[in-house]
Write a protein that binds this ligand. Sequence first.
Ligand code: MG
Length: 306
Amino acid sequence: MNSSSNTKTLLFWLSLVFLGILLWKLVSANGDRARGDEPSYSEFIAKVDAGDIKEVVFYLSPNSYEVQGEYARPANRKFHLTVPKEAAPTLMGQLREKGVPIKVTGIRSGDWVPILLNAAPLILLVGFCLFLMRQMQSRGRAALGRLGTTRSGIGYDLHRLEEGRPLIVGGIELPFHKGPVGHSDGDVLAHAVCDALLGAAGLGDIGTHFPDSDPKWKGANSLLFLEHAKKLLEEKKLAIEHVDAVVILEKPKLGPHFPKMREALAKSLGVPVEKIHLKAKTNEGVDAVGRGEAIAAHAVATLVSR
Ligand code: MG
């Protein structure tokens, strides 16, 4: 848990503590009030006239005064009442006439209930917002956990082209007078995709699993490599999310053959065709690929853990 999360947790619990203290103070304040007399205004004036008031404190508020004090008779008996603001000057005059000590003050010292009453909504709002944020964060983390981890891998391959060899790209044989030289069928697209998948899974490369020194793979259909890679991914509970590849070849044009290539690749990998995306480029006559002496492919594979 990071420091920001710790702070939110602390504020959340502090807001709850504030709420608890506020409720406690309100209850205890009501208890204190219940222990004293609560005379009506006329009853209190009668007590003033009779000289039964020992001392009085006026607490100011916007529209009224709260009057608290102690009786002279009966002794040690407290009282409190609320008087309208406009009645306060007259009352104070009567008390002074009787020689009753008067104290006028604002918010009662030590009585922070009014402060809390004003601040409580804000405190509670902040606490509630933090609580919601925490809930959303935990749900977001749970959702991400369900989605699993995403991993990407890159693959590249190049094969020389020679006269009279079959040109196989993406598992499809194309009509052309040249084809790749290789231990297997030399399918650069399948090889690049296989490397991208193995790389994303952290399983090495195509040479690790299908060494060209092994006679078993001589002339092999490279789609078998993809089928094997798919099994390795399943063992690691990894699913193919997307494959994007580009084949670089001067001739022939590959675009018309892409639908069949995508079907073949998707079938070997056990995924919908929509998860396989192919592009074609020439090398603008530059280098071996541009002179028609080689074919190359790049691929990027995205996997998700299940
Ligand atoms: Mg290769």
